[in-house]
Design a protein around this ligand. Sequence first.
Ligand code: UT7
Length: 356
Amino acid sequence: MPRTKIAGIGFHVPERVVTNEELTQWMETSNEWIIERTGIEERRYAKKYVETPTTLAAKAATIALERAGISKEEVDFIIFATLSPDYYFPGCGVLLQRELGITNTSCGALDIRNQCSGFVYGLSVADQFIKSGMYKNILLVGAEVHSMGLDYTTQGRNVTVIFGDGAGAVVLQPTEEEGKGILTTKLHSNGDYAEKLCFISPGSHCGYHQSHQDAEVDYGFDPDLDLGGMFITQKMVDDGLLYPYMDGQFVFKFAVQKFPEVIKEMLEEVQLPTSAINMFIPHQANLRITQFVQRLLRLSDDQVWSNIQKYGNTTAASIPIALCEAWEAGKVKDGDLVAIAAFGSGFTWGGALIRW
Ligand code: UT7
């Protein structure tokens, strides 16, 4: 059976840099607080009405396709991971197909809704399709524009300061080269904590989630209205309820357990020690999480790539952006063992081991 290799990789981030200092104009926060708790120094924000997850993804994908040496018409499957899609529906997969000008309608398009783990989930799905022989050139992207949907008041500061915009893309192909390619992928989930990191409204929940949350929220629903009209209410808008929510400390505690767990699980399967990892690319959630995991796994600074300082947390885009940067910097070379791992909303988490 062939293995799956990354044949091309690219990333693209918006030009606009937003420093921590700039955020202090809108909310009570400080450069010192953000750096101390997260390691983030700046992030990128998309140009409104011009840059969307799809347009950022198209730029990253164009670079990845060129590096893979294939034309856009040779792409036989698109996988798009994002939590900030251009539209509620249709998904970004088809929008990317159009944006790239792919006219081949035999190309399928799949959208992945796994937030921070979206890229890892996408990679695992792509791996199965390639190994089964169904597809030969899969374009997998992770792209986010968070800046459109954040609460820039002090109320939203714990979430807003963390996130940034960007996109990363890979082209996946089969390889028969001995020992090369994706060695294993692992996927996990635990829905018990769905509301610990979430973006609930607007949505079709009709207040359903309240039984899973501590606090009762008045969304201004009319319970006697059984013909819709509750997807978004004026009260949601007036009360600022249309933003992401995160119980930061709770998520942090889970993340620092699950990253090392999944790495160890993968290494055990392929019977390699942690010292065999040449480069660990974690989802860039928080520099403190990465440093904690690094210490626990006893990895040296040379074995770990962090770029959250420059881009913040770009959820589904963070791993392909970091992987691409590490590769461009010559830190991921032929034959290297690359470990990637992600944890996030859901909760979902997972990882992949790749022999480059
Ligand atoms: O990528 C998906 C997975 N996400 C994560 O892995 C994120 C995990 N969590 C975290 O990274 C951290 O929990 C945060 C960076 C979000 C928050 O750091 P923390 O050390 O857990 O802070 P906290 O939420 O416990 O808040 C401590 C204090 C609070 O003030 P009081 O109650 O002690 O007076 C917050 O109101 O810091 C305050 N605070 C802020 N102060 C200045 C919260 N956000 C900010 C802010 N600027 N941006």
